[in-house]
Ligand binder design. Structure first.
Ligand SMILES: Nc1ncnc2c1ncn2[C@@H]1O[C@H](COP(=O)(O)OP(=O)(O)OP(=O)(O)O)[C@@H](O)[C@H]1O
Length: 268
């Protein structure tokens, strides 16, 4: 397992995301504290796992990390600089530097586009290269995720679920990011291909010296890939530490409960 290198690419300081509750009422709180005072950082070269039960705020935290959601309060720093009121140039650089892989590639990829166009799109949006260099980059990306060059010619519905997630990972790598945020990247996949996709992510992270935020409700899966683990409970990080320490010597009761309830690897 690698060790983080250098200054964090993203840092969160006391970040809160509070929502007006969808259903209020006399005995229900009318504010949902989806994320409630989180400090977090991610650097190149490390994989940080975020684990917790459904509804604890993992996806909300992910959306703050990738810039899709502004926090209610707290600071988001990008290479040490406040990222909330970003200039257009910083927004562009943030979009290049931090990319995301969602849970379900079937909905994350445009079903009407060919895989060639899906992988070319981020390059075009960022004005990178010309037609020939983009075509070469698509070939390189497909090879990187273990897909044949011929996959470029088909649409996402013409490949398997595991291959679709490989396409989504290739798209996430198109702009040579520093950080990938993977939000439950194997949960929607057939059990038989989950380990392959996890291995691919780990391998890419090591080869490209990426930082990876790996989000899952499944602590066994998180352990499999992470250097460091953050355990979330009701919008807060209740335990954080090196993966082996959190696993072998958990200090928080909720972590112990998660570990006690953990089913066998990759089968939830
Ligand atoms: N836009 C919103 N308005 C109101 N409540 C919200 C909103 N978005 C999220 N929530 C609530 O915030 C809490 C955290 O949601 P979030 O999706 O971040 O959790 P999660 O850990 O990712 O769960 P899951 O694994 O089920 O996606 C939940 O109670 C959710 O219902």
């Amino acid at each position: 397992m690698s060790i983080s290198t250098g200054q964090p690419v993203i840092e969160l300081k006391d970040v809160k995301v509070h929502h007006r509750a969808r259903t209020g009422g006399l005995f229900r709180p009318n504010v949902v504290k989806a994320v409630n005072g989180v400090d977090f950082s991610i650097s190149r070269g490390e994989t940080v796992g975020i684990v917790g039960e459904s509804g604890c705020g993992k996806s909300t935290l992910a959306s703050v990390l990738v810039g899709l959601q502004a926090p209610t309060s707290g600071q988001v720093l990008f290479h040490g600089k406040p990222a909330i009121k970003r200039s257009a140039a910083m927004r562009k650089e943030f979009g290049r530097s931090v990319s995301v892989v969602f849970q379900d590639p079937a909905t994350a990829l445009n079903p009407r586009m060919t895989i060639q166009d899906i992988l070319t799109d981020p390059l075009q949006v960022h004005g990178i290269g010309n037609a020939a260099s983009r075509a070469a980059k698509v070939k390189e990306l497909l090879a990187l995720v273990g897909l044949p060059a011929s996959a470029a010619e088909v649409t996402p519905s013409q490949v398997s679920g595991g291959q679709r997630q490989r396409v989504a990972i290739a798209r996430a790598l198109a702009l040579d990011p520093d950080i990938i945020v993977a939000d439950e990247p194997t949960s929607a996949l057939d059990v038989s291909v989950r380990a392959q996709v996890l291995n691919l992510l780990s391998d890419l992270k090591a080869r490209l010296n990426l930082g990876m935020v790996f989000i899952s409700h499944d602590i066994q899966t998180v352990r499999y890939v992470s250097d460091r683990i953050c355990v979330m409970y009701f919008g807060q990080i209740v335990e954080e530490g090196p993966a082996a320490q959190v696993f072998d010597n958990p200090s928080n009761d909720y972590t112990k409960k998660l570990l006690g309830a953990a089913p066998s690897l990759l089968h939830t």
